[in-house]
Design a protein around this ligand. Structure first.
Ligand code: NAP
Length: 520
């Protein structure tokens, strides 16, 4: 079973011990990165395993492997020897593992560490390519008791696919395969599906999303609480979200919290993608992904891969949810799709306004993208009259003409008409979404206080646009309620079971307060 290993990159040993204590409940072991220590601290590493009180990997990473050690190999070997010297009969006081690179050859040191039960992790770092991981693993395992570790930096989903294929090809071999960066974060969460014996986590500043978009790193707490690492195994069902950049999506937090609460053996994982969707569908087949949320920029492209389209997709030309199905011959798998934004939106706004339809309501929709298409189709079905404003006025026109609605650009010319279409204003662009939280989609418009204003953005809960509306006295609704309602439909579509409605208020708290996760 894969262990959770905290990378200790503090400048002093005492800093590292503080970190260990902070995360002790979430981890199984730690890696002491001696290359990150101040130079005088490097002389004091020998007693660290005993002080740490859990298994520790001794690592001195060179700059060429992505670390900070830039001295000669002689001094590095001397430092490794210092850490491994005076081995004690009580193995808990020795380093449990030492990481040695593929090109390092110090038979005397290796023999000595084996005698005292320290295991060798033989590593190889390739930041340029993910090719031939299987060949690398074979080459790395010089002795049967070594753990081969291959670290790569996937740059596309095609690379991620190569990593999981290598995992399958090397099933049964004790190994660690780690994908770095934004595209590789899933290899940390799915280490058990990949067959890795260790997954690495790091201390991270509190942030709004559980995975660092720059490094792909995950905190010990997030891997355990948000991604349920301890509860999942290699046979756990995988659900996913595919899109780009996926740095602000809340769906992993929501789905994983619901899976935990409902005791469903499933995990929800983000797969950022910047290439053809075909690679995602191949990856989905490789991993046996049961269902996926599809978001920007793939909501239209996915349609050509679907076996069966729902009517919602036909109306909007966009699909945000796909589910793996067996085709008629039961041999081949395919994908069915639906669009849950539609009902999520109308249910949310009707509920908020305590209405059954939008008859006699004059409504401005800002934006003309995929979400706007879902919104406008529902406003039409429910008898509203609309003005559609978009940065690119041609797109506003295209959408408006389908329904015989009014349209315009997002500029001062629109203001007069907008005054007449201001019972409800619905903001459907991503402007104001985290991290650009100070952006306003239509600064020129001054609220008069009588409008009901909905912003589809849900992170942050209160956008600058909604703050302005609220300050003017408008009733305001953010995108969270719509998000939850459309997730509810997705969940029913994926799992053929009802969503636990009683969780909804708690989910809102969860997304605003990290401490709530464990309480769900
Ligand atoms: P999309 O298809 O890419 O459309 C984006 C729309 O926003 C286009 O109309 C685009 O105008 C406009 N836009 C983008 N950047 C802009 C800027 N800087 N200034 C003015 N307009 C800008 O995206 P989508 O699928 O419609 O999603 C839009 C937003 O809705 C996203 O933030 C998404 O997270 C949110 N959403 C929320 C929910 C929910 O449940 N709450 C559900 C679905 C979507 P141009 O045509 O001029 O490029």
């Amino acid at each position: 079973m894969a262990k959770i290993c905290l990378c200790l990159t503090g400048k002093t040993l005492s800093d590292n011990l503080v970190l260990l204590d902070k995360y002790r409940n979430y981890i199984d072991m730690a890696e002491l990165r001696v290359d990150c220590l101040d130079s005088d601290e490097r002389f004091l590493i020998r007693r660290f395993p005993e002080q740490a009180g859990l298994p520790v990997i001794l690592t001195i990473r060179r700059t060429r492997d992505g670390g900070f050690f830039n001295g000669g190999e002689g001094s590095r070997i001397a430092m490794l020897s210092r850490g491994l010297a005076y081995a004690e009969a009580d193995k808990r006081n020795n380093f449990a593992y030492v990481e040695l690179e593929e090109d390092l050859d110090v038979p005397g040191l290796e023999e000595a560490v084996r005698t005292f039960g320290t295991r060798v992790i033989r590593s190889c770092y390739d930041f340029d390519s993910v090719e031939n991981i299987t060949g690398k693993i074979k080459k790395l395992r010089r002795m049967g008791d070594e753990i081969a570790k291959v670290v790569v930096t996937p740059k596309h989903l095609k690379d991620v696919l190569a990593i999981y294929r290598a995992g399958r090809e090397n099933a049964g071999i004790e190994k660690i395969i780690l994908g770095l960066g934004h595209f590789g974060a899933n290899t940390r969460i799915l280490a058990k599906h990949l067959g890795s014996s260790i997954t690495y986590v790091s201390d991270m500043q509190t942030q709004e999303v559980p995975i660092s978009s720059a490094t792909g790193q995950i905190s010990p707490r997030d891997i355990v609480e948000r991604f349920r690492f301890r509860e999942i195994n290699a046979a756990t069902d995988i659900y996913s979200v595919v899109g780009f950049p996926l740095i602000k999506t809340f769906t992993p937090q929501i789905y994983n919290a619901v899976f935990r609460h409902e005791k469903i053996d499933a995990v929800y994982v983000p797969f950022p993608a910047q290439d053809h969707l075909e690679y995602f569908l191949e990856l989905a087949e490789e991993l046996g992904i049961k269902g996926s949320v599809v978001t920007i920029p793939y909501k239209e492209e996915i349609i050509s891969y679907l076996h069966m389209l729902s009517n919602d997709i036909r109306i909007t030309g966009a699909c945000n949810t796909i589910k793996a199905v067996y085709l008629a011959d039961k041999q081949k798998k395919g994908w069915n799709g639906t669009n849950t934004d539609i009902l999520g939106f109308s249910e949310s706004l009707l509920h908020f306004m305590n209405r059954k339809n939008f008859r006699r309501q004059k409504i401005t929709v800002i934006g003309a993208g995929g979400a706007a298409r879902a919104v406008v189709s529902e406003l039409f079905r429910l008898k509203g009259k609309c003005l559609i404003l978009n940065r690119n006025a041609v797109r506003a026109r295209e959408l408006a003409l389908r329904y015989d609605y009014k349209w315009g650009g997002l500029d001062s010319h629109a203001l007069d008409t907008m005054e007449r279409y201001s019972d409800i204003i619905i903001q459907t662009t991503p402007v104001g979404f985290f991290p650009a939280i100070n952006d306003d989609p239509f600064e020129l418009y001054q609220f008069n206080g009588h409008e009901t204003v909905m912003d589809l953005v849900y992170n942050p809960f209160m956008t600058v646009f909604l703050k302005r509306a609220q300050a003017a006295g408008c009733l305001t609704l953010n995108g969270f309620d719509m998000l939850i309602r459309q997730v509810k439909y997705q969940y029913q579509y994926f799992l053929d079971r009802d969503f636990p409605d009683q969780l909804i208020p708690r989910l809102a708290e969860l997304l605003q307060d990290k401490d709530t996760a464990q309480k769900l």
